[in-house]
Design a protein around this ligand. Structure first.
Ligand code: UGA
Length: 438
């Protein structure tokens, strides 16, 4: 099938490349010239394992191209995906849907014939119906434009796998006379042949599925982090507790990783946008608990700073190494990163903070130019009075405590992600503090 993918950020670039990988002819569209020229030359502007190979292969095969020209997009296909961002609005919790609206405004007046637009961006419930009205008002006579919603569930770091082999496909349609389901079945023929669950709903259900999934994941993480606060006071071990409750398959062990909490471009903004939308709909009480989920999450960052102060006394001038800047491993994304928030707070409190991350250094430097950035893990550890493991990269999990001990000034470490083997580090003479482990 021929299709366009409008918006070539994390979601759009991945979707475009993976749709081409499934055999479709894809045109990626963005207003950002530099993004388009990098993608056209086979360069992925962010770190995502496996994506550069998929991009390169499909450009070579002639199935994938990129443009900034909406007129070309309008002529190229009758199926379009929207993958532009919906960031948090300035000064409000609500999502900013102006980029999604701009796609309709720029694309629809140029369309001729019968088109279906699949929204993939995470939007407040009601957006798809509003976009349908907007599209109806802008489309030419004798042209039809149907809006459907097809939320995306990909995780950074696993984006290719999650797109090509999704664990479910959700499609919201307007119901009567919808062409979207038949088209989606063709687009996703390969995953559907593997019996991927396919759920067809109305527009508002599909929109809500996405934010509910992220709100649930955020709640699960904050639940274990709240329990971890109690564990710390009474000397219980939250990791053992999570293992024990996780064996109940109604609960499950995934997303019970206690520690510095969640960050990134999705979970924090999505729970806030969900609360804001519920408020607009007169259902603010229903989601009031998400405010607590957010607060628990933010307290974890403060807790690490407090632990550093407990261990070092005054922070002024103290040499602290923060391992990790990305919001999670296998990503170079530093949006709302707990690691970088901790590094920033320590620095503002007067500590001499040195940061190291295997992939996110450039992005971190742009956000926090005043921090000191190490050139390697060894360089980061050298002379440290305190080491904080803030993002659980494999390289950090596999650190040798004896070797690290020779580099630092003091063998003092806060495991902000509960991933190190306490005994091995203690045996090498380290004093270890961890969140929720007494
Ligand atoms: C999340 C969802 O997992 C995806 O399904 C969704 O498609 C995506 O948002 C989105 O809306 O686009 P992502 O932001 O890539 O994906 O990251 P996650 O793997 O969900 O991790 C989120 C945060 O939770 C990270 O900061 C991670 O360190 C933290 N986390 C995760 C924990 O603190 N503990 C855990 O046990 C698991």
């Amino acid at each position: 099938m021929r299709m366009t993918v409008i918006g070539t950020g994390y979601l759009g670039a991945t979707h475009a490349a993976c749709m081409a990988e499934l055999g479709h002819e894809v045109l990626g569209v963005d207003v950002d010239e530099s993004k388009i020229s990098r993608l056209s030359s086979g360069e992925v502007p962010f770190f995502e394992p496996g994506l550069p190979e998929v991009l390169e292969r499909n450009i070579q095969a002639g199935r994938l191209d990129f443009t900034t020209d909406y007129a070309r997009a309008a002529d190229f296909a009758t199926v379009h995906f929207i993958g532009v961002g919906t960031p948090q609005q300035r000064g409000s919790y609500a999502a900013d849907t102006r980029y999604v609206e701009a796609v309709i405004d720029d694309l629809v007046p140029q369309l001729t014939g019968d088109h279906v637009i699949f929204g993939k961006s995470t939007v407040p419930v009601g957006t798809a119906a509003a976009l349908q009205e907007r599209a109806d008002a802008l489309s030419k006579p004798d042209t039809t434009v149907e809006i459907a919603w097809n939320p995306e569930f990909l995780r950074e770091g696993y984006a290719v796998k999650d797109t090509i082999e999704p664990d479910r496909i959700v499609l919201g349609t307007c119901g009567v006379d919808s062409r979207a389901e038949a088209i989606a079945r063709e687009i996703y023929a390969i995953p559907l042949a593997r019996e991927t669950p396919f759920l067809v709903t109305n527009l508002q259900t599909a929109e809500l599925v996405k934010v509910s999934a992220n709100a649930f994941l955020a709640t699960k993480i904050s639940f274990i982090n709240a329990v971890s606060e109690v564990c710390e006071i009474v000397g219980a071990d939250v990791t053992q507790l999570a293992d024990a409750i996780g064996h109940d398959d109604r609960i499950g062990r995934k997303f019970l990783g206690a520690g510095l909490g969640f960050g990134g471009g999705c979970l924090p903004k999505d729970i806030r946008a969900f609360m804001a939308r519920a408020g607009e709909l007169g259902a603010d009480q229903a989601l009031a608990f998400l405010r607590e989920v957010d607060a628990i999450n933010m307290r974890r960052r403060q807790r690490v700073v407090d632990l550093a102060r407990e261990e070092l006394g005054s922070l002024i001038g103290r040499r602290i190494t923060v391992l990790g800047a990305a919001f999670k491993p296998n990503s170079d994304d530093v949006r709302d990163s707990p690691a970088l928030a901790v590094a920033g707070q320590l620095s503002l409190a007067g500590a001499a903070v040195r940061v190291y991350d295997p992939e996110a250094m450039d992005n971190a430097r742009r956000v926090f130019p005043t921090l000191d950035y190490a050139t390697s893990l060894d360089d980061a550890l050298t002379g440290a009075e305190l080491v904080i493991l803030a993002t659980e990269w494999q390289q950090f999990r596999e650190m040798d405590p004896a070797h690290a001990g020779e580099l630092v000034q003091d063998r003092l470490l806060i495991d902000g992600r509960n991933v190190l083997t306490t005994e091995a580090w203690q045996a090498a003479g380290w004093r270890l503090r961890a969140l929720g482990r007494g």
